[in-house]
Design a protein around this ligand. Structure first.
Ligand SMILES: Cc1cc2nc3c(=O)[nH]c(=O)nc-3n(C[C@H](O)[C@H](O)[C@H](O)COP(=O)(O)OP(=O)(O)OC[C@H]3O[C@@H](n4cnc5c(N)ncnc54)[C@H](O)[C@@H]3O)c2cc1C
Length: 203
């Protein structure tokens, strides 16, 4: 078996394991990505465990709440122009000298608007109204296209407080659908079978 570790971790004595669980999905880290994954997977009926090293109440969620995306219903209702997905992806590929993963970028471009609407769904209407689209309407001093590169205005700025509220609300929804969160728990070592990760040891 090929050893993929950069530094092989010290083996943990399996006799010291106090408790074992078997679930469909274990998520390490409950920041943006982990929380969204937990909410969606739990809502789809998967059994989910989330391991987060931080304290639940004091969890620091990274980000200033500027959630870049295109073509959400929220943007449409705030006067942000619709973006052509083909043009957007082409622009991205140009910027990255075709070094980015075209399929992944296209998937992002296609789904990010809907995902943003889903992300803010748990907020109240009053909270949603506090979010504002940046550079909208676009200033004539802020060129839409400069030297062939396009600028996409209308990124929602929700600030860290509302952003954290939305993430915490997603954690709540995930829990309501059966996801189990273990805060102040650190994932220490992944378990591999062949070259697939099949589990994790946490403390
Ligand atoms: C100052 C700052 C401002 C930013 N502002 C923006 C912005 O406005 N808009 C934007 O789009 N992006 C912004 N970003 C980037 C954005 O925050 C990140 O892209 C995003 O947080 C990545 O999400 P993630 O879930 O992948 O990782 P993270 O948010 O880093 O979440 C990882 C989680 O895993 C936990 N964890 C890590 N290791 C373990 C372990 N071994 N066991 C258990 N838990 C573990 C951590 O405690 C953490 O909660 C900003 C970043 C910074 C630093």
């Amino acid at each position: 078996m090929e050893n993929l570790w950069k530094e092989q971790p010290k083996e943990i004595n399996m006799k010291t394991i106090e408790h074992k669980e078997c679930v469909d999905l274990v998520i390490i880290g409950s920041g943006h990505a982990g929380t969204c994954a937990a909410r969606e997977a739990a809502q789809l009926g998967a059994s989910v465990i989330v391991i987060e090293q931080q304290n639940e109440e004091k969890q620091f969620i990274l980000g200033m709440g500027e959630i870049g995306h295109i073509n959400s219903k929220w943007q449409e209702s705030h006067g942000v122009p619709k973006v052509d997905i083909d043009e957007f992806v082409e622009d991205w590929q140009k910027r990255t000298g075709n070094r980015s993963n075209y399929r992944l970028i296209r998937k992002y471009a296609k789904n990010c608007g809907e995902t943003f609407d889903w992300f803010i769904e748990p907020l109240t209407e009053e909270e949603k109204n506090q979010i504002h689209p940046m550079f909208t309407p676009q200033s004539p001093n802020f060129p839409i296209t400069l030297n062939g590169f396009h600028a996409y205005s209308g990124t929602p700025n929700m600030g860290p407080t509302l952003q954290n509220k939305a993430v915490k609300a997603s954690q709540r929804i995930a829990k309501e659908h059966g996801a189990r969160f273990f805060f102040e728990t650190k994932a220490c070592q992944l378990i591999k079978e062949e070259n697939r990760v099949s589990g994790v040891i946490d403390k």
